[in-house]
Write a protein that binds this ligand. Structure first.
Ligand code: GDD
Length: 398
């Protein structure tokens, strides 16, 4: 890949939030191009070998809930062979067993492609046992199973990726229509992660555009209704502490993102669709220098957050309705509002916004969402012995 060098960044304590990087070439060539020997350039080449080095240690978690099988198959097809796909499904078991259909398709696909993979149902006793035995009961409900929600599926995916020995973990939604876009996202993950100087890094994708039909014509929208609002308030949060107005944060709701495993294990998480915005809240609270950091090691090394703009349009199953959009806005803004370091003036602005959108009345507090502690508090040794990776039960490694 050939893309801009990440030069400009906002610093917030130990966090470096880089400006969005633009891609010049999706495929940057094999071997190092001597044209880049001179120090005076703004573009960098990340040769294929460097991407490969990351991808063999990268798991891609695919959260699924009742999506079309063809879309899921397309997503699998877009994942480079050396990455380990981990499908975490919360699909229905009845009246039709959608999960069984997904498993059959994934099993067959990966057998034909000779691809290693893991598939698990979010509500399976086997998956729950990892968290029970590992001493992380917060994620379990009163039936002793992993709670419903996208974030909860993602947490299960991170745990599986760590148990499988992966050094990096990325996330790609299962409702993407274009395998080529999925392929690009993974390449962006590996290119972004290869830039990290600290062991604690994250890559977030800013979509190039989301195509829509407007008045019978294709229109490529840049910002979704949710991300427009989330990014505005995230930047206000950041600007309050830096003292300079900023627009650096463009990926407050990036469902497509990847983390180095040490960082994935060191963040707190928030439930459902608030998870991506909460990454920033967790980074600012824990490593922003406003509160004492619980992990001095990270304060020393720093955290790098890369934001990279994809070239493919993002075309996904968007028929999820206005209630879903309203809920996502509420969830994203509520994690900012409830942050222990959210400035008073910003709380007021957020409350006004939520009331303007008729989501929460001015007098009400935004919903306080369930939070999960760092995954490093899970005892992976105690959790691991229960997993038989060869067993064709709810885990299906090849
Ligand atoms: N395992 C699991 N468990 N997967 C889930 C669950 C769940 O409870 N709920 C949803 N999913 C899966 C869906 O099948 C899909 O693949 C993905 O999570 C995203 O869910 P959508 O319902 O399609 O979300 P969206 O498209 O509106 O929003 C996406 O993009 C946003 C950015 O615009 C999500 O990735 C958001 O998290 C993201 O902020």
């Amino acid at each position: 890949m050939r893309l801009e060098i990440p030069t400009n960044a906002e610093r917030f304590g130990a966090n470096l939030f880089y400006e969005v990087q633009k891609i010049y070439e999706l495929e940057g060539g094999y071997g190092t191009d001597s044209e880049f020997d001179s120090p005076f350039h703004v573009i960098q080449q990340i040769p294929y070998e460097r991407l490969y080095e990351i991808e063999k240690d990268l798991a891609i978690v695919i959260p699924v809930k009742d999506e079309r099988l063809r879309l899921l198959e397309g997503v699998l097809c877009g994942i480079p062979h050396n990455c380990l796909p981990i499908v975490v499904s919360n699909s229905k078991n009845e009246p039709i067993d959608r999960y069984r259909m997904e498993r059959n398709m994934v099993d067959t696909f990966c057998r034909h492609a000779k691809k290693k993979y893991i598939i698990a149902h979010q509500r399976s006793a086997e998956l729950a046992r990892i968290f029970k035995d590992g001493g992380y009961p917060q994620i379990l409900d009163d039936q002793g199973l992993i709670r419903h929600g996208k974030a909860e599926g993602m947490l299960a995916g991170i745990a599986l990726a760590h148990l499988a020995g992966k050094k990096y973990v990325g996330f790609i939604d299962s409702d993407n229509y274009f395998p080529g876009a999925v392929f690009e996202y993974v390449r962006i993950f590996s290119a972004g992660l290869s830039q990290g100087k600290s062991p604690y890094s994250m890559v977030r994708i800013q979509w190039h555009s989301k195509p829509k039909i407007v008045d019978g014509e294709l229109f490529f929208t840049k910002w979704g209704r949710v991300s427009r609002i989330t990014n505005q308030y995230l930047n206000l949060f950041l600007s309050h502490y830096t003292g300079y107005e900023s627009e650096v944060l463009r990926t407050g709701n990036a469902g497509e993102h990847a983390l180095s495993m040490p960082l994935a294990l060191s963040l707190d998480y928030s439930t459902g669709f608030s998870v991506e915005t909460h990454h920033f809240v967790s980074l600012m609270e824990k490593f922003g220098g406003v509160l004492p950091s619980p992990i001095p090691e990270i304060m020393k090394n720093g955290v790098e957050v890369f934001q990279i703009e994809s070239r493919n349009p993002h075309f996904h199953d968007a028929a999820k309705g206005d209630d879903h959009i309203q809920e996502m806005i509420e969830y994203s803004l509520s994690v900012l509002w409830h942050s222990s370091i959210c400035p008073k003036s910003l709380k007021k602005d957020i409350s006004n916004e939520l009331s303007r959108l008729k989501i929460v009345s001015k007098k009400e507090e935004p919903i306080k969402l369930r939070q999960y502690p760092v995954l490093s508090s899970l005892n992976f040794t105690a959790a691991a012995w229960k997993i038989d990776w060869q067993e064709h039960g709810n885990f299906s490694p090849s």
